[in-house]
Write a protein that binds this ligand. Structure first.
Ligand code: UDP
Length: 368
């Protein structure tokens, strides 16, 4: 029994597989239910030469030297700093809400007054989660807090999570804080970029190893044989046949449109917090500067995950769900040589870098 099994060929599964294959020189079988590798990071070049992120925009960003060094073993990244635009009251502006947004959406005299008050109340460059930002005594700042809550968070979050900002874990909306800065970037991480040949190619390179065998269209339930260790990046509740009940997820649906013009919008992502039923529009050619007379966009709609009809995309961080997950974790700890990891295995809203870091740290822990 020298072979290891990795369930799931996404970033997490590929990372743990290549670590075992390279550092231990052990064999690894990687299986995935889907007909492609790369999980929800899957991308492909379409007939117009545009790299499409099938499951929505993926921007790599990290402050971890370890993760940055690791991923660059498998491909190059371009120099790309992500920005997000949003349409607020018909005005195209920047998200997170920052000083530039303030001047975009309000008349200059009002914006100036609010800026002065903000700089008295907060340190420059501070990031304040919207739910905290609402705790203002000053009338002007109270007005601003309500404006941001209503125009940026309330409707977007309701569309995205099917519930109001107060009813999702505060860490979720804190991902996009009010930013007391003129920095228009979505992330401030030291390292940011998009793999120049795409995520699928990068993950393919991770899996291209003499010790790794990949089997697609393969369900864990049909796999026979004894394995030294199993690394399971699928949904933890599914592993246990939903014995304790189902862990809820949000899913997303994309409606793709092709236009006979060079660009559809000014930016890769434009959020529509208040208008329409979709949350945002992605325009993919911005990421790698793909040259084409056409452009492809995707309108993103959020919906509940339903087994068999769509994909698990976002674990829903809420107390009752964490409680159920913890019960599954107790069962997981009783399994011999089975390790759970990844967004679905850990039921955590990981960004790509955190998912990879989790794989690296688990590897170091298990093979210490
Ligand atoms: N959010 C919002 N309005 C926005 C952008 C984000 O209300 O214009 C909230 C929303 O609840 C969202 C969360 O912030 O789910 C995190 O946003 P992020 O862009 O990090 O989500 P992801 O890109 O992972 O879907």
């Amino acid at each position: 029994m020298t072979k290891n099994l990795v369930v799931g060929a996404g970033f997490t599964g590929a990372a743990i597989a290549v670590l075992i294959a390279n550092k231990l020189n052990e064999e690894v079988l990687v299986i995935d239910k889907k007909n492609h590798i790369a999980g929800n990071c899957y991308d492909y070049k379409d007939e117009n030469g545009i790299m499409i992120h099938k499951y929505g925009s993926h921007i790599f960003h990290t402050n971890s030297e370890k993760v940055w060094q690791f991923v660059r073993n498998f491909g190059k990244f371009n120099t790309y700093m992500h920005k997000v635009h949003a349409i607020i009251d018909g005005i195209e502006t920047t998200i997170p809400f920052n000083f530039n947004t303030l001047y975009d959406v309000f008349p200059t005299t009002l914006a100036r007054r609010l800026e002065i008050k903000l700089l008295k109340a907060f340190e420059l460059n501070k990031k304040v989660p919207v739910l905290e930002f609402q705790k203002q005594d000053d009338e002007d700042l109270k007005f601003l807090a309500n404006y941001i809550y209503e125009k940026v968070f309330l409707h977007y979050t309701t569309k995205q999570w099917g519930t109001s900002p107060e009813d999702v874990d505060s860490a979720v909306t804190a991902r996009v804080p009010v930013y007391l800065s003129k920095d228009n970037r979505y992330f401030q991480d030291k390292y940011q970029g998009i793999p120049t040949e795409g995520y699928t190619k990068l993950i393919e390179k991770m899996l291209d190893n003499k010790n790794i065998e990949v089997r697609l269209n393969t369900d864990f339930k049909g796999i026979k044989g004894d394995f030294k260790r199993i690394f399971y990046t699928g949904a933890i509740d599914e592993y246990f046949n939903y014995r304790l009940g189902q862990l809820p997820y949000r899913s997303v649906r994309f409606e793709f449109e092709t236009y006979d013009r060079e660009f559809y919008q000014n930016n890769s992502v434009v959020n529509y917090p208040c208008n329409y039923d979709f949350t945002r529009i992605h325009e993919y050619k911005h990421y790698l500067n793909d040259k084409s007379d056409k452009t492809v966009i995707a309108k993103e709609y959020s919906e509940n995950f339903v087994i068999g009809s769509n994909e698990r995309c976002y674990p829903i961080p809420k107390e009752e769900n964490t409680k159920l997950y913890n019960q599954y974790l107790e069962l997981a700890q009783k399994e011999n040589n089975v390790y759970f990891l990844g967004r679905l295995g850990d039921y955590k809203y990981y960004d790509m870098d955190k998912a990879i870091l989790r794989a690296i740290e688990l590897f170091e822990e298990v093979y210490r």
